[in-house]
Design a protein around this ligand. Structure first.
Ligand code: FE2
Length: 182
């Protein structure tokens, strides 16, 4: 299950209901998929063939369809990142810049872990959402954020889009973030 860390206060929030309530206040969608549906050999595999990617999508077909119908997503795919991804360090460096999009950024983690760093309301400031397999998150359009990996540096996630062009990153220069960085 996801956990929250509020950067200004080091406060941690855990437990599905607490996490969901906090994220709801911050207008971030949080849901959870049943990862035991996924074939065991795909639960710890971070380099996937096209067939394996299709297998992950087929496993979660109902969940994807439900999410897409509720929220208007038209296309989806699988992204994988691991030590075997060419130029992983460069890629992560590129990721670690606060930015916004004109559509929401939705990710369903199917293996591994990742963190969204999100700019919350003024009373909260920046917070981390630590995600693991089964966690589904949607960062609203125009909400400053970035994504990075956790220490294990590996993840597989489903991405869903309304328009793929909507996912272009617009840099968000924020002096507040510099003081929230740790
Ligand atoms: Fe983003």
């Amino acid at each position: 299950m996801a956990e929250i860390r509020i950067r200004n206060t080091e406060q941690r929030i855990s437990g599905e209901e607490n996490v969901r309530a906090f994220l709801e206040q911050q207008e971030v969608l949080y849901e959870h998929w049943n990862t035991s549906k996924l074939a065991p050999e795909l639960q710890e595999k971070f380099v996937l063939s096209d067939e394996e990617k299709q297998q992950v999508l087929a496993t979660y077909k109902e969940e994807i369809k439900d999410l897409a119908e509720r929220r208007g997503y038209k296309t989806w795919d699988i992204i994988t990142l691991s030590e075997l991804t060419p130029n992983l360090d460069e890629l992560l460096k590129k990721f670690e810049n606060v930015h916004t999009h004109t559509e929401d950024e939705v990710r369903a983690i199917t293996a591994g872990k990742g963190i969204f760093i999100i700019k919350g309301t003024d009373d909260v400031g920046y917070f981390d959402v630590e995600l693991e397999a089964g966690d589904v998150i949607s960062v609203p359009e125009y909400k400053p954020h970035f994504f990075t990996l956790m220490d294990n540096r590996q993840i597989v996630a489903v991405r869903l889009f309304i328009e793929t062009e909507g996912w272009i990153a617009h840099p968000f220069a924020d002096p507040v973030f510099e003081t929230n960085k740790a």
